[in-house]
Write a protein that binds this ligand. Structure first.
Ligand code: NDP
Ligand code: HEM
Length: 502
């Protein structure tokens, strides 16, 4: 008898051997009745789930959110009702384009997801480390992602496709500028900000609505790698984010972020030169200053990465009373898209998995069976399985109704014309935020990224940069001209693109 725990079957029966197949004679063959062998191999075959269609490579942690400032005049969400309130949080940071085995320090936008397990239910902030995005209509999201993923013929990433697309969607220049700046390669998730990016809404106990932007500022300070530093690091380890994050939390250096909101009274939308629901625009701090709300501290490494991080299902649809959506067209599409992805990636009852089940709220709904219905929500009364019923089953609560939003407009596919307004904020960033040395590095980063592109695509992108500022276009052109294109190991040539199109 051993003092170690006994290995069992999935049915709980003790297993006699975990080394030797049951065979007819010492040299085989194997008997079909060795069910434990079949079970072991069959389970291995099912150990993978589809990776996320975007943001596949990620790193996460568990932690806590504490409210440090009173914003109850903007939101009636219970979490904000009192300074000192707190709730559990699950974070997941990610790169957008790379597969689940991609190197951590590639130049890319980083996903920044937080799940707040509040007493009103789960509130998910599914943002990025940038306050804006490349496109502003959901029709263009799958196309944009195509250009970030692999070319169908070469099975390689295609800079030609990326810059071809961006040049045809000039409103992307604001986000591309951030991507090519120092912030394009943070040293790890602890050294970057998070932004809700979209405009969301809040409403207070009096039913007043405010438009809101969410900001999470790193308390560790911003740190970035240059292209050369990142390349050298990838040569040594592809997993530096996971190593940095896991080790920091393991030794008690818990990363923290300060949460802020920007607030616009409902009636003020429309008074700006820009559309406040356009995801390619920020709200300037001078007009809408940051209002401090609280602090996020990530202080626990999950016991099982797959269980808590791979199984995490973040969705902008997860809001709680007092926090709402906005008319932002991209946000509207995202509100639908994520739960659909989760049902495909994780299964019907993904919300009941430990990563996704609320910690501080009861789940009481009438959705029923299906694969992996491993939980009960029968409210202690098996007769209450439809609604309305005479058995005291759960009923809706009109008091959490969002105030009505006036929409008086013609249904139409409104053209997304690119105007001078689309270059104003990128110009602000270029002229007033980026230091001279960062601009120089940005030009070089562009050259490294655009090196393999055709002359035609390069010229089209310079024309976009010209609309931001002539110096910007000139800087990027000069860096490209300096670059010896031979250094690009696998150029995607014009021929490849033309062949692929045939
Ligand atoms: P501010 O001077 O008040 O703010 C500048 C902002 O730029 C800060 O939030 C700063 O973040 C951020 N920043 C600094 N370096 C970079 C970089 N390389 N990439 C991206 N962001 C950076 O100015 P405004 O609010 O008037 O905005 C001016 C421009 O700054 C905008 O057009 C926009 O491009 C950019 N920006 C604005 C934000 C906003 O919400 N208003 C947010 C982020 C960028 P930090 O404080 O963390 O250093
Ligand atoms: C992940 C769709 C825009 C941030 C995903 C996933 C889908 C998706 C299907 C995978 C979800 C999963 O399998 O769990 C879309 C669509 C968009 C859009 C349709 C536009 C219409 C954006 C924008 C942001 C963003 C604008 C940031 C502001 C993220 C993040 C993840 C993600 C952070 C990873 C979530 C995680 O950590 O699990 N997106 N997305 N997406 N998206 Fe989007």
């Amino acid at each position: 008898m051993t003092d170690k725990p006994i290995l069992t079957t999935t049915g709980g029966a003790p297993v006699p051997s975990n080394d030797t197949s049951k065979t007819a004679g010492p040299r085989g063959p194997v008997l079909l009745e060795d069910y434990q062998l079949i079970e072991k191999l069959a389970h291995q075959n099912r150990e993978r789930i589809p990776e996320r269609v975007v943001h596949a490579k990620g790193w996460g942690a568990q932690g806590i959110f504490k409210v440090t400032h009173d914003i109850s005049k903007y939101s009636c969400a219970k979490i904000f009702s009192k300074v000192g309130n707190s709730c559990d949080v699950l974070s997941r940071w990610s790169t957008v384009a790379g597969e689940s085995g991609a190197a951590d320090t590639e130049r890319d936008v980083r996903g920044f997801s937080l799940k707040f397990y509040t007493e009103d239910g789960n509130w998910d902030m599914v943002g990025n480390n940038t306050p804006i995005f490349f496109v502003r209509d959901a029709y263009k999201f799958p196309d944009f992602i195509r250009t970030q993923k692999r070319h169908p013929k070469t099975n390689l990433r295609s800079p030609e496709a990326m810059f071809d697309f961006w040049a045809a969607q000039p409103e992307s220049v604001h986000q591309v500028t951030i991507l090519m700046s120092d912030r394009g390669i943070p040293t790890n998730p602890m050294h970057m900000n998070g932004y809700g990016s979209h405009t969301f809404s809040m409403w207070n106990a009096d039913g007043e609505r405010f438009w809101v932007k969410f900001h999470f500022k790193t308390q560790q300070g911003h740190k970035h790698y240059t292209n050369a530093e990142a390349e050298a690091l990838i040569g040594k380890t592809r997993e530096s984010y996971q190593e940095d994050l896991f080790n920091a939390i393991d030794r008690g250096d818990f990363p923290k972020w300060t949460m802020f909101i920007q607030v616009m009274p409902e009636a003020e939308a429309g008074q700006q030169s820009y559309n406040p629901f356009d995801l390619t625009k920020v709200w300037p701090h001078e007009d809408y200053p940051l209002i401090e709300v609280g602090e996020v501290e990530m202080n626990k490494n999950p016991e099982n990465y797959f269980q808590m991080i791979e199984n995490a299902a973040y969705s902008p649809s997860n809001v709680v009373p007092g926090i709402g959506y906005s008319p932002d067209k991209m946000l509207q599409a995202r509100v639908w898209s994520y739960a659909d992805a989760h049902r495909y990636r994780l299964g019907t009852h993904y919300e009941a998995l430990p990563a996704n089940a609320p910690h501080a709220a009861n789940v009481q709904h009438y959705h029923k069976d299906g694969p992996m219905r491993f939980f009960t929500n029968d409210f202690g009364n098996a007769d209450a399985y439809y609604e309305p019923n005479q058995y005291g089953g759960p009923v809706a609560d009109p008091s959490v109704m969002e105030p009505p939003l006036k929409i008086d407009a013609d249904a139409f596919r409104y053209p997304q014309e690119v105007t001078d307004e689309d270059f104003v904020q990128a110009r602000e960033l270029y002229l007033n935020v980026l230091e001279e040395d960062e601009k120089e590095r940005m030009y070089e980063n562009y050259a490294a990224a655009m090196g393999p592109c055709s002359k035609d695509v390069k010229e089209r992108w310079y024309a976009v940069l010209e609309r931001v500022h002539p110096d910007y276009a000139a800087g990027v052109r000069a860096a490209n001209d300096r670059l010896d294109t031979d250094v690009n190991a696998v150029p995607i040539t014009d021929d490849t693109q033309i062949e692929a199109a045939e």
